[in-house]
Design a protein around this ligand. Structure first.
Ligand code: 7TS
Length: 401
């Protein structure tokens, strides 16, 4: 059965109000009632701190919290819940790996390889880790279509490369990278792989064992879950060997003034009271996504992307950036005679919400030699009517410019 975006839209209170066309899903997605209800129900019926108290409420909170972790493990096909570390989001997950794994594994002469496609959160943590350890940072070039230049990737992937970090789906151009292939190349030089999955989780099934990566980071809020919660998946043997990064309660086993032993995984990496409601909300978002036929959803979103791409490329003066064959539902473009910010403002005045600017990918913008782009990014509740409104909005904007 084809996916029905209008039925889906009714499950999202903010979308259902129908005032605007929301095309900024790569920044954050809206939340279905199932997620909002789960968060509210948790606070109304189950709120207590987890993993500590002797009372029934705390047991119930702990159970709900850990059951959400099991939902994540199942969704990404982690081997055990020990491999699922709660974070604030993708950014925190990558920082955790850069500081803990990078801090201990890197040294002078070592190399970290990233790509020019990355979001700043997959660049800056590596710059800092390299500066602290004496390692160097290299970035594989992008092709004119917006893919990773594999020849350049191979040329920069040498025996000194200890960590290779890249995105699954580009937030700025939508490019879907060949993760399995990149992982295999990295493995051939014994480098550890870190995948930024922020833009993948809402659109297709991710199986970390099939991808073969060592780490995979993502954010709840980009997959219909709450803000402030995310996940770092890590292979157990790597996480086991890594030093803790933040320290305090929850992450310890025994503390004396002289020394501390650390909690078992995944708690070793979860200092302090976690975002319990956020984790439960993310569990509910996964439940919501599991109720949707993944291939019907993928063809729906692909249809939105293809229709928007072909309709907008017919508008005079519109230039589309990012033409890789495999793309997520992200469409970046420029309009002759209009700075992206002005185009964004004119679209907003017509009730169409897009993002403009560098999309936290300034090196990519420099490589493409553009000041930024206008970006429409689709979610499951968007319909072809939304695409038509975008196209009409672009036509009207053109007449203003
Ligand atoms: N990596 C990618 C590929 C992203 O798209 C983003 C957020 C992040 C990392 C960081 O995620 P966070 O949840 O930790 O903030 N991207 C965007 C965007 O495209 N517009 O706003 C945020």
């Amino acid at each position: 059965m084809p996916f029905d975006p209008l039925a889906a839209a009714r499950a999202f209170p903010l979308i259902d109000r129908g005032e605007n066309v929301y095309l900024d899903n790569a920044a954050t997605t809206q939340k279905p009632a199932a997620v909002l209800d789960a968060v509210r129900r948790y606070y109304e019926t189950t709120n207590a701190n987890v993993h500590r108290a002797a009372h029934a409420l705390s047991d119930a909170a702990t159970q709900a919290f850990e059951s959400a972790r099991a939902d994540v493990a199942r969704r990404i096909n982690a081997r055990t819940t020990a491999e699922v570390v709660w974070t604030r989001g993708t950014t925190e997950g990558i920082n955790l790996v850069a500081q803990s794994y990078g801090g201990s594994a890197l040294g002078p002469g070592d190399r970290v390889l990233i790509t020019e496609l990355e979001h700043h959160s997959n660049i800056v943590p590596w710059q800092i880790a390299c500066a602290r350890t004496g390692a160097t940072l290299a970035a594989a070039k992008v092709t004119p279509e917006g893919g990773i230049d594999l020849d350049d990737f191979d040329a920069k992937l040498d025996q000194d490369t200890k960590i290779v970090a890249f995105g699954h789906v580009s937030n700025a151009l939508g490019t879907v990278n060949p993760v399995r292939d990149l992982v295999a190349r990295a493995r051939a030089v014994d480098a550890v792989t870190v995948v930024d999955g922020a833009q993948a989780m809402a659109h297709f099934r991710v199986d970390v064992q099939e991808l073969g990566c060592d780490f995979y980071a993502f954010s709840g809020h980009k997959m219909y879950g709450p803000t402030g919660i995310g996940v770092l998946y890590g292979r157990e043997e790597l996480l086991e060997a890594m030093p803790p990064w933040q320290a305090g309660g929850e992450m310890i086993e025994e503390v004396t003034i002289e020394a501390t032993t650390y909690a078992r995984l995944p708690f070793k990496f979860e200092a302090g009271t976690p975002n319990i409601a956020g984790a439960i909300g993310l569990g509910a978002a996964i439940g919501y996504l599991e109720g949707i036929d993944a291939s019907a959803l993928a063809s729906h979103e692909d249809r939105l992307l293809r229709t928007a791409t072909s309709r907008l490329s017919q508008v005079e003066g519109v230039r589309i950036l990012g033409t890789a064959p495999d793309k997520g539902p992200v469409l970046s473009f420029l309009m002759d005679g209009g700075h992206p910010h002005d185009v964004g403002t004119l679209l907003d005045q017509q009730g169409i919400a897009v993002r403009t600017g560098h999309h936290c990918a300034m090196p990519l913008m420099q490589r493409l030699d553009v000041p930024g782009t206008v970006r429409a990014s689709f979610g499951l509740y968007n319909s072809l009517t939304d695409v038509e409104r975008l196209v009409a909005g672009v036509h009207k904007t053109r007449s203003f410019l």
